[in-house]
Design a protein around this ligand. Structure first.
Ligand SMILES: Nc1ncnc2c1ncn2[C@@H]1O[C@H](COP(=O)(O)OP(=O)(O)OP(=O)(O)O)[C@@H](O)[C@H]1O
Length: 609
């Protein structure tokens, strides 16, 4: 399933194919030298797009992808090398490999399969890491693969040149595979898997909370990108006819990453822009590298002019356009925006399974601090429960434990008969617990519609996800914003979008952490009405953390009061207002019972994961 408009996608794919075909036609008219430059450009573009499939969508920069290119090159070359040549130069090859002589196309297919198997093994390990640790692991992959190629002399000729490879990569072969790579990358980006991965790039915790299994999505994109790199490796091997392990090491990694970073990692448009920019600059600077004359003045040879030029472009891009020259959107997403809001007739389904969430003896210790201390609660669909307490009393920590964001130090919880202990956030979201965050966690550079759609696609069957997303947006009154980036709205609107996103998960229970923060009185009243509707009409259970006691008193069926991590009271609003322990600990003895707001409350950010 595609998450982008089919019309936009068709335009983008047709334009990509047209770009490649027109460039190939022009180059073939200009002669052999131009054909060579463009062939290398196409092969490089395939590699850039390949790295982009993983790094662009996941946000994890990879230094290791040329390993996959190397595997593709060596595997395909070993399969196409004439048997006589193998007998003469690689006498220790296994007999079946020595006798194999394939054409380029089947050799590329085998290279893809072998590279994907290699990527799967490596990906299972790299996928356990995050952020810079993952990036460093990819660097290790590059170095280790290089070492293995050099050491495996009987098969790779070690650090020597692997020569005699049939030069079967013509301009049009490269062009054909380039179109295929652009199409695959573009389709992947706007596939369900691609959208989930982009959501996790924007905010991993929020993505988990709407049902995205980030590790699985990263592995899928890692393997797909390895397949594309294998094609690039096979093509360059059969273009050059001879290559050595150096071809797949730091210099080319630098060159390809420069293309990706300068153009913009997150889009296929960026990959093309970066590849064109760096290729043009490289071709121009290469001509000046050996020195040149300006009138009477001679500019001497400067070793590394090309690399210096590329480095300067990267610096320029970082300072002036940190997201790359193409920015965060595909070109056609900018040109063909949707026309206004679409009215939806879709409605959100009512909760059918009324299983309660039961949590017992929940305890969370951070070093010496016990943030939540032996708290037991039960929450049922169809009721609104308020969770109040002074700053630092453990409200958000309890929410984080119940939604799987934090693993409790002690305690156990279950939804109906299903144990939640140790389950990852995305599994808990799938089971029917959705949430919002104290510090808004939207996917800021995805559109409002994509923010909500990703939740629908990751939690339900997926079939009615779009309808659910539209209904959730309409319910919160933000349907008119569907096509704008979520990060561009006011706090109040962002909170509504975040609630709509949680609703699209089709939750039985909805945890809202200070949903009215940043809203004025009118907006708060409207939100209260919406929340009442969710409970009365759909039967969703709500656990509401807020410091606005007016909101809590008028909305909640029950109130739980935490103080210093302990549950000090639980009951109907009227009981809680009269409870001496609550008045003492929460409102303070000097306060009257009717005092609606907690004086001195400061929203805190320190604990939001
Ligand atoms: N990840 C963490 N590491 C260390 N201490 C933490 C962490 N998260 C929360 N705490 C501490 O646990 C205590 C409870 O914090 P928590 O945010 O749950 O309280 P809260 O009731 O939600 O507060 P507020 O109303 O200000 O949002 C605080 O003292 C806080 O500093």
């Amino acid at each position: 399933m595609l998450t982008a408009s089919p019309r936009n996608m068709a335009i983008a794919l047709a334009a990509a194919a047209a770009f490649v075909i027109v460039a190939a036609l022009v180059a073939s008219g200009l002669g052999a030298a131009s054909e060579r430059v463009l062939s290398v450009f196409f092969i490089s573009l395939i590699a850039v797009v390949g790295i982009g499939i993983y790094s662009g969508n996941s946000g994890v920069l990879s230094f290791g992808h040329l390993s996959f290119m190397a595997v593709g090159a060596y595997v395909s070359a070993l399969l196409t090398l004439p048997a006589a040549m193998k007998a003469a130069t690689l006498p220790k090859l296994p007999a079946w490999l020595a006798a194999t002589e394939l054409g380029l196309f089947p050799a590329i297919l085998v290279a893809i399969v072998v590279t994907c198997a290699f990527a799967l093994v490596v990906g299972l390990a790299v996928g356990r890491l995050d952020g810079s640790a993952a990036t460093i692991a990819t660097l290790g992959l590059l170095i280790i693969t290089h070492g293995v190629i050099i050491g495996w002399r009987d098969v790779t000729r070690g650090s020597g040149t692997f020569f005699g490879v049939p030069r079967e990569t013509s301009l049009w072969v490269a062009a054909g595979w380039c179109i295929a790579a652009l199409v695959v990358a573009r389709l992947y980006r706007d596939s369900v898997s691609g959208l989930r991965l982009r959501a996790s790039r924007e905010n991993a915790i929020a993505a988990g909370a709407v049902g995205v299994d980030m590790k699985r999505e990263r592995l899928i994109s890692w393997i797909l990108s390895a397949a594309v790199m294998a094609v690039s490796g096979a093509l360059i091997a059969h273009f050059l006819g001879a290559f050595s392990p150096k071809k797949f090491y730091f210099v080319d990694t630098f060159q390809l990453l420069a293309m990706l970073i300068v153009g913009g990692m997150t889009t296929v448009t960026g990959a093309v822009t970066g590849a064109v920019t760096i290729t043009v600059v490289t071709e121009v600077l290469r001509r000046f590298e050996s020195g040149f004359d300006i009138g009477a003045f001679t500019v001497p040879q400067v070793f590394g002019t090309t690399q210096i030029g590329i480095a300067l472009i990267i610096l320029f891009a970082m300072f002036r356009k940190a997201e790359g020259l193409a920015g965060l959107k595909e070109w056609e997403e900018r040109v063909f925006t949707r026309r206004g809001a679409e009215k939806t007739a879709a409605t959100l389904p009512a909760v059918s399974d009324r299983s309660a969430l039961t949590a017992e003896h929940m305890t969370m210790r951070f070093g010496g601090l016990t943030a939540v201390n032996d708290v037991s609660v039960t929450l049922r669909p169809g009721e609104i429960v308020g969770l109040i307490g002074p700053n630092g009393s453990g409200k958000t920590t309890l929410l984080n434990m119940l939604s799987g964001v934090l693993e409790p130090t002690e305690g156990t919880s279950r939804l109906g008969e299903t144990k939640l202990d140790g389950l990852p956030t995305h599994r808990i979201a799938e089971l029917g617990i959705a949430r919002t965050f104290q510090n808004i966690r939207l996917f800021p550079s995805l559109t409002v519609e994509q923010n909500v759609l990703v939740a629908g696609l990751s939690t339900g069957s997926g079939e009615d996800a779009r309808a659910r997303a539209e209904a959730a947006l309409a319910r919160l009154g933000v349907a008119g914003h569907a096509d704008k980036d979520a990060g561009t709205f006011s706090y109040g609107d962002q909170r509504r979008i975040e609630i709509a996103r949680a609703l699209a998960c089709q939750p039985k229970l909805l945890f809202l952490d200070e949903p009215a923060a940043g809203m004025n009185r009118e907006e708060t009243d409207a939100l209260m009405e919406t929340l009442r509707g969710l409970t009365r009409e759909l039967g969703i259970g709500i656990l509401l953390v807020d410091h606005d006691l007016k909101l809590i008193n008028s909305l909640c069926d029950r109130i739980l009061v935490l103080n210093e991590g302990r549950l000090i009271a639980s009951g109907a609003p009227a009981e809680i207002r009269r409870d001496p322990a609550v008045i003492e600990a929460y409102l303070g003895t000097s306060q009257t019972q009717d005092d609606p707001a907690e004086p001195g409350h400061q929203p805190t950010e320190e604990n939001d994961p």
